[in-house]
Design a protein around this ligand. Structure first.
Ligand SMILES: Cc1cc2nc3c(=O)[nH]c(=O)nc-3n(C[C@H](O)[C@H](O)[C@H](O)COP(=O)(O)O)c2cc1C
Length: 189
């Protein structure tokens, strides 16, 4: 694969993968809180700290799953695909919903979205270093007012992602990235 990183930060950035298959081992809530307290040191213009989180664990996961199912109903019925997804979601140890305010000022919105995205990536990397995997998801249903309302996310808030968290049962192979040399213009005179 070529270059594999010179130090722990580089190795972590390059080796982290999005995880879809998890073991049934529980993830400690205090550890998640500790990791979020690390991740909050993301760059953040004006220190708006444009994030809040809802963590679904144990019996609480059913609230997340029910909200998902509510968004999937078609003519009062649930497609099999949605039922299968719900079963998959029930088996995942933790669901963390990352939420930001929808600031009406475009510049502030951009800055907030960038900051929470950096925060989420910090969280993914810090967790990865401890052997905890996750996938950052944004699906149609995470934008659906039915889902948002069912999990008490206000209309003037945005779900930036749902992070499905657990210990990896399978780590997928990395998908190649383009060489930056193809995408970089150096202006030096
Ligand atoms: C904003 C965002 C949304 C994503 N949404 C999904 C998703 O809905 N479903 C999914 O399978 N992966 C999702 N991913 C994960 C990407 O597909 C994944 O990062 C990409 O395939 C590269 O794989 P890697 O993270 O293992 O390097 C999302 C990633 C980001 C940053």
């Amino acid at each position: 694969m070529g270059y594999e990183g010179k130090n722990d930060v580089e190795k972590s950035i390059m080796s982290r993968r999005s995880i879809k298959k998890f073991t049934s081992d529980p993830v400690d809530i205090d550890e998640v809180i500790e990791l979020l307290n690390v991740a909050k040191w993301a760059p953040n213009h004006k220190l708006t700290q444009p994030w809040r989180f809802q963590l679904y664990t144990g019996a609480g996961k059913e609230k997340f799953v029910e909200a998902f199912l509510a968004s999937q109903e078609q003519d009062g019925a649930l497609p099999d695909k949605a039922k299968n997804k719900a079963a998959y979601f029930r088996d995942i140890p933790l669901h963390l919903v990352a939420i930001m305010p929808e600031d009406s000022r475009k510049k502030r919105w951009d800055e907030d979205y960038a900051a929470i995205s950096a925060m989420i990536q910090n969280f993914q990397l810090a967790a990865w270093e401890r052997g905890i995997g996750m996938i950052w998801r944004t699906n149609d249903w995470t934008h659906d007012p039915v889902f948002k309302n069912a999990i008490d996310v206000a209309p003037d808030e945005k779900i930036v992602g749902t992070l499905m968290i657990g210990y990896p049962a399978h780590i997928p192979k990395a998908e190649e990235r383009k060489n930056i040399e193809e995408l970089l213009i150096i202006i030096n005179e």
